[in-house]
Design a binder for this molecule. Structure first.
Ligand code: NAP
Ligand code: GCO
Length: 264
């Protein structure tokens, strides 16, 4: 029988205080999973716990920076003790820096690579041994349009998200035989705090040029919402996707399929 239910599963969603991570955690909870999440800021944590509670979700929150291997190990151990072995890991925490490459410092570049690429490696490494012992596991890496495409100012982010696509395929290759599926979700342009600067109204009240550009680049003719990621996340976290491995599921309103509007 087809099974999208996550009842009895334990899920950890990184960076799920708000934005895409919050919507994914909400979706997994609605499908039956017990939820743990983390973020770095105390203020974000306090607000997130209230937001989960308002939806009737009993989420377990951790202040933990995903780049710190020891803190990650402690968080994973605490989740195991209190909720059980992690069945589903969603590597969602991420940042972007929009700086022209020749003006970007190496430290700025490394910070993006650390959070967006090295941290998913740290996180996956922390959960895989227990997944092997349990005989199954799901790892979902949140990739990007920039796993496939470049654009001005996002060299570090594109390097990290391109790398994350290949880390996804490598985890699938290396641990598939243990019934571990590692797949990616590649969101298109989603309205969250991360993309707020690209949607800011201009002084004259008109739309940001990038906002109009994205709507014209997207066959769906709109920005995505965090809720657009909910169904795809449940699918990749559930038994329904047990033979899907090393795949990146782009949830982009069709951007990657489209050559762009022809000039008038
Ligand atoms: P967001 O609104 O900026 O939210 C990011 C979340 O990650 C926050 O909860 C933040 O909380 C947490 N976080 C950041 N760095 C962290 C760290 N080192 N350790 C732990 N938590 C950390 O971002 P979003 O737009 O929802 O994006 C979520 C993911 O989707 C990212 O990987 C992003 O690259 C990717 N993505 C976004 C879009 C889009 O259009 N929005 C499209 C494709 C992919 P704290 O600040 O409290 O740590
Ligand atoms: C940017 C955006 C993107 C999106 C997303 C696209 O500046 O181009 O922030 O990188 O956040 O990752 O899928």
């Amino acid at each position: 029988m087809i099974n999208f239910s996550l009842t009895g599963k334990v899920a950890l969603v990184t960076g799920a205080a708000y934005g895409i991570g919050f919507a994914i955690a909400r979706a997994l909870a609605e499908a039956g999973a017990k939820i743990a999440f983390n973020c770095r800021s105390e203020a974000h944590m306090e607000q997130a716990l209230a937001d989960y509670k308002a939806l009737g979700i009993d989420a377990r929150g951790y202040i933990c920076d995903v780049t710190k291997e020891q803190d990650v190990a402690q968080m994973v151990a605490d989740i195991k003790k209190n909720l059980g072995v992690i069945d589903i890991l969603v590597n969602n925490a991420g940042i972007i820096k929009r700086i022209p490459m020749t003006e970007m410092s190496v430290d700025e570049y490394r910070e993006v690579i650390d959070i967006d690429l090295t941290a998913p490696f740290i996180m996956a490494k922390a959960v895989i041994p227990d997944m092997i012992a349990k005989g199954h596991g799901k790892i979902i890496n949140v990739c990007s349009m920039m796993s496939e495409l470049g654009r001005e100012t996002v060299s570090a982010y594109a390097s990290a998200k391109g790398g994350l696509k290949m880390l996804t395929r490598n985890i699938a290759s290396e641990y598939g035989e243990y019934n571990i599926q590692c797949n990616g979700i590649g969101p298109g342009y989603i309205a969250t705090p991360q993309t707020a600067p690209l949607r800011e109204k201009q002084a004259d009240g008109s739309r940001h040029p990038f906002d109009a550009f994205i709507v014209s680049k997207t066959p769906a003719a709109r920005w995505g919402t965090p809720e657009d990621l909910m169904g795809p996340a449940v699918f990749l976290a559930s038994d329904a996707s047990d033979f899907v491995n090393g795949h990146i599921l782009y949830v982009d309103g069709g951007i990657l399929a489209y050559i762009g509007k022809q000039p008038k």
